[in-house]
Design a protein around this ligand. Structure first.
Ligand code: KG4
Ligand code: ZN
Length: 343
């Protein structure tokens, strides 16, 4: 069984091939063309520029993915494509290309929800080990979701952000301090500079929004505003960027870890899975794993290898593979990009 995955939800053009031989799932290729360098100078993704770049990249990237996998299209069983949510003008390139190829090659097509794809990134190397029910925390530039899974393909939303996503909060914090884009990697690199100094390193203190509310929702926009007010009060903030980054990062981690552990207890999860672009954050990975081991009995922690944390197509192909196995396939006539695609 071989599935081609296509991903163009935001600013990454990506294609990948995933195979399943008996009980063995393998990523045969995973090609990503990131537009970070193009959008960097604007401090954020410009939809019009992203759309134009996807159009230029999509076919060469698919061609590379097939070549790297050592197959031609005849060997494919289906084409999986992230069809939403995302930027509509970005999604359209991936979806219309997938439809054209499905038409030309006479293959079934599998529309995949982008958040579901992130969830499945956690299964890529661990699908045999993950026990259900599982609780999945997906933290990215566009999403912060706690999802409860009783089995493959069955999702119950436990909580989500009410405003900014966790990754968006990192991006906005970096913008306030003018330290670069995307914010996650630069904020964590700054925070790391002081990791050897005993905590608390300074008297900077930011709130932990919604940490003790009864639900499993999140809110990060107030945290960004709190950072803005702290910076305004402090004439010397430019000399303390690592301290501010450390405290900001820790505030986000504290809330994410606390609510994930609480939800895992409530839903009696046997596995906790951390996915999405923000799961590239070393401290978040480390602290959530530590809490799962310490606070939950016989619960295992899983998180994808770095290549599958930020947007990629291996995760789309992986989610597509599970749809294919359960006979959930479609036809190019019925698929279109949909930015309101609910999980
Ligand atoms: O999953 P992703 O590539 O795109 C979306 O689906 O949104 O996630 C991108 C987000 C960005 O907001 C970026 O700042 C964040 O992931 N990110 C990180 C790190 N690396 C990327 N956030 C925190 N720490 C990191 N090391
Ligand atoms: Zn994503």
């Amino acid at each position: 069984m071989k599935i081609l995955g296509i991903e163009t939800s935001c600013d990454e053009t990506a294609a990948a091939v995933v195979s399943k031989e008996r009980d063995n799932i393998k990523v045969l290729s995973n090609i990503v063309s990131s537009q970070i360098d193009i959008h960097k100078k604007y401090g954020g993704v410009i939809p019009e520029i992203a759309a134009r770049e996807h159009v230029l990249q999509i076919l060469p990237i698919i061609d590379k993915a097939l070549n790297k996998a050592g197959i031609n299209h005849k060997k494919l069983d289906a084409i999986a494509v992230a069809s939403g949510p995302g930027l509509i003008t970005s999604l359209q390139t991936g979806v219309e290309t997938a439809k054209s190829l499905a038409f030309a090659w006479n293959k079934p097509i599998i529309p995949v929800n982008h958040v579901e794809a992130h969830i499945y990134s956690g299964f890529i190397d661990n699908y045999k080990k993950i026990k259900f029910p599982a609780l999945v925390l997906t933290v990215s530039g566009g999403h912060t979701n706690l999802v409860f899974m009783r089995r493959h393909g069955k999702y119950e939303k436990a909580g989500e952000t009410r405003d900014d996503a966790a990754g968006e909060a990192f991006d906005k914090a970096a913008k306030l301090m003018n330290i670069g884009y995307p914010g996650g990697p630069v904020v964590s690199a700054e925070a790391e500079k002081i990791s050897n100094i005993q905590y608390p390193i300074s008297n900077i203190s930011l709130p932990r929004p919604m940490m003790h509310t009864k639900d499993f929702d999140f809110s990060f926009s107030g945290l960004k505003t709190a950072l803005l007010y702290e910076l305004r009060k402090d004439k010397d903030w430019k000399k303390k960027v690592p301290d501010y980054c450390h405290e900001f990062q820790q505030a986000v981690i504290d809330v994410l870890v606390y609510k994930t552990i609480k939800a895992a207890k409530k839903f009696k999860a046997k596995s906790v899975i951390l996915t999405g672009g923000v799961s590239a954050n070393q401290e978040l990975r480390r602290q959530l794993e530590e809490s799962v081991c310490r606070d939950l009995d016989k619960v295992e922690f899983f998180t994808p290898q770095f290549a599958y944390t930020t947007d990629n197509a291996a995760m789309v192909a992986m989610a597509g593979l599970f749809h294919f196995i359960s006979g959930d396939i479609s036809d190019w006539r019925k698929v279109s990009a949909d930015c309101n695609f609910e999980l």
